[in-house]
Each structure stands twice: as C-alpha cells, then as structure tokens.
Design a protein. Structure first.
Length: 381
C-alpha cells in the first residue's frame, strides 16, 4: 500500500509536538488540581490554567476572564445555546440559526423546540451563504439569540459574521458564533466583530482532543448564561467540573502557536488547495460546492457528478478524505449542508471533502491529484 496521506484536517488534526511537550509535565510531575488552594501543587496547576486562559484570550482578542474552559466545542455549543435559553426565555423564546449549521447546533436547537423555543432556520443560497435581508426580516423583539457559524465544516464557506453580529446587536439579540473550524486558522477579533458568544475546540488546530473553550462577553452588552452542570462552582460557576489541566495547557499552547504562524500557514496551504482544485476540476463534470470567494483556505468540497463518493474513496484507500462531517459520517444520508445549498441527492452523494493542514506537502497533493484522476477514469470517465 502507498504511504498514507491525510486530507481530513477538518475532522481532527495531529497534536503539534510543541503542544505535546508543553502538556507532558502536567500528567505526572505538575499533576495538581487547579482548584486546590492550600498547597503548591494546586498553585502550579492554577498558574498553568491562568497562562492558558490568557493565550486563548489573545487569540480572539478578549479578556482572560471571558474564557470558560469546556470539554470541546459540542459542550460549549450546548452551554451557549441552552444557557441563553434558560437565562433569557422570559424576554423571548425565539432563536435564529441556519440550516447548514453543525449538528451540534441543529440538534441543540431541536431539543429546545421540545421545550417551547421557536426556532427559525435560515436558508442559504447555492454558494452556501445566508441572505442578510432574510436575517433582518426574521429578527423579532423576542429574538434572544442568533447562532451562525464562522466557517462551515463541510464546505469551508464563511458567513459575513461582522454584519450578522451588527444586525443581532441592533435588535438587542445575543450573537453566538461557532468558530470551531475558523479558530486558529483565521484572525478572529470578537471585539471588532461584535461577537457575544464564541466556541472553539483545540483538536481542530493541532491541540489535544477533549478540550475547548467558550468566550462569554462581559460588557457591551454583558452575556449571562444559565449553567448546564452543577457542582463545585468551577469556571466562575458557569461550568463545574475539575479542570483538565494538561488539555487546557495544550489548548493554550496551540492558540499561541496559531497566532504566531497562521498567516504563513494560510499562504502555503491556500496554494496547495488551489493546485488540487485546478487539476481535479479539469476532469469532466467536476465542480466545487459552495462559494470560492468566501471560504476557508483549508477546505474544498468537490462534486464528481455521476460517481458515488464511497466508490471513489474506495479506489484511493491510502488517502484520508471525507464525505461530510466526521460527526455524521456513520449516517447513510445525503449531507444536510449540501442539500440546503440546493444539490440533488445524486450530487450530494457524489461529493468529497478535502481538508488540508499545515503538515500537508506538495508531494501529497501531487499524489492525490494522480490517484483521484486515475480513480475517476476507472469509474467510467
């Protein structure tokens, strides 16, 4: 078998060696509980958490105290949406989101619908973008939350976050942004972009799995959340539970590295992604799904019309790619993202996501082009 090639960085990323080195002491040497206030073991752990909190805050330009550590983006999403619902439902029961959101958002909203929430699911156009006028028209006095992701995990399509936030803010609504795919790859500024709540996950940008963060704005306006877990009062009472100190240290280090290196990574990865697309889209009846102007530089979602994606992927077993989100890859249904963009079932089932990362090489892209091209020819074109 040929050397494996990993092009599924949107699903997860390998831990950067510098991140691992930063984490290792906190497993066995500096192993204290950050909540232990009476001895040095706890103090050292607490200092490490404070450093990481600062590193995360610097990545998105917020106050250290506005960062709440979680087990990852899914927990942060639940805390954000359910926390707003529980705290603000006396003001209103209306929430706006988008049909192409991650299942963590859509399923959370569906759960709240059973509790009386009114959810508006905005459509997207063929490029995967929402219509700002439709958002404006959907806003009501009782709209308590607008939840729109920064960059889509399947297509990489980026929504106009700042404009969305301004509309939400002008309506007196809280804006929550799922930045799981964007954080560590794009320059996010929650102050400049008027974001009220934002989530991220370490394993999407070369940190460890099982740790993430939720940004909760403290002023202009202040956002208050109803806790979803009780016990211990950790994280200022917003998220109880013993802190995962090694994971948090890893998240902080990953943020520090991303802030320093993301521009260079973006330039190099973008060139590789462009090369991949140029060659593959020369094949007959092959096209890119979603906007090519407003898109994350790591991602391309390509439709090979007339060829089932599982058949194509079966011909290139040494290349790790995806048919959609890793969280729904076990479900034998067409992608809800592509369907919302107007693709037929046939074209949805014919689409493959290639997601590149900082360890992707030019040689791997050349091999991928050759292998996919040969596979397409073998399958009939």
């Amino acid at each position: 078998m040929k050397t494996p090639i990993y092009l599924d960085y949107n699903a997860t990323t390998p831990v950067d060696k510098r991140v691992l080195e930063a984490m290792l002491p906190y497993f066995s040497e500096t192993f204290g509980n950050a909540a232990s206030r009476t001895h040095g073991f706890g103090w050292l752990a607490d200092d490490a958490v404070k450093t990481a909190r600062k590193q995360v805050a610097e990545l998105i330009n917020c106050l250290d105290q506005e960062i709440v550590f979680t087990s990852g983006a899914t927990e942060a999403i639940n805390l954000a949406i359910k926390g707003v619902w529980e705290n603000y439902k006396t003001k209103g029961k209306h929430i706006i989101t988008v049909r192409t959101e991650h299942k963590a958002v859509l399923d959370t909203c569906a759960a709240l619908e059973k509790k009386g929430a009114e959810i508006t699911y905005l459509p997207v156009n063929r490029e995967g973008l929402i219509d700002l006028e439709e958002l404006k028209n959907a806003l009501r006095p009782e709209t308590i939350l607008v939840a729109v992701m920064y960059a889509n995990n399947e297509t990489g399509v980026m929504q106009p976050v700042k404009k969305i936030a301004e509309l939400a803010h002008a309506n007196g609504s809280i804006f929550f942004c799922d930045a799981t795919q964007a954080a560590g790859k794009l320059n996010i500024d929650v102050q400049e972009e008027h974001i009220g709540l934002l989530c991220l996950s370490a394993h999407k940008f070369y940190g460890p799995k099982g740790v993430g963060a939720l940004y909760v704005r403290r002023k202009g306006p202040r956002v208050s959340l109803f806790p979803q877990m009780d016990g211990g009062g950790h994280e200022r009472g917003i998220r109880s539970g013993t802190l995962n100190v090694p994971g948090i240290v890893g998240l902080g280090k990953a943020c520090e590295i991303a802030k320093a290196e993301m521009w260079d990574d973006a330039v190099r990865i973008s060139k590789l992604r462009t090369r991949l697309e140029q060659f593959l889209c020369d094949l007959p009846q092959v096209f890119i799904n979603g906007s090519t102007r407003h898109r994350l530089y790591t991602t391309t979602n390509i439709c090979f019309h007339g060829i089932r994606s599982e058949s194509l992927i079966g011909k290139i077993p040494h290349i790790a790619v995806a048919m959609g989100s890793a969280c729904t890859s076990a479900v034998a249904e067409p992608s809800h993202v592509l369907k919302a963009m107007g693709l037929s079932d046939e074209d949805s089932y014919a689409s493959v996501r290639f997601s590149l990362g900082k360890y992707t090489t030019e040689e791997e892209i050349i091999e991928t082009i050759e292998s996919v091209t040969n596979a397409v020819k073998q399958l009939g074109r």
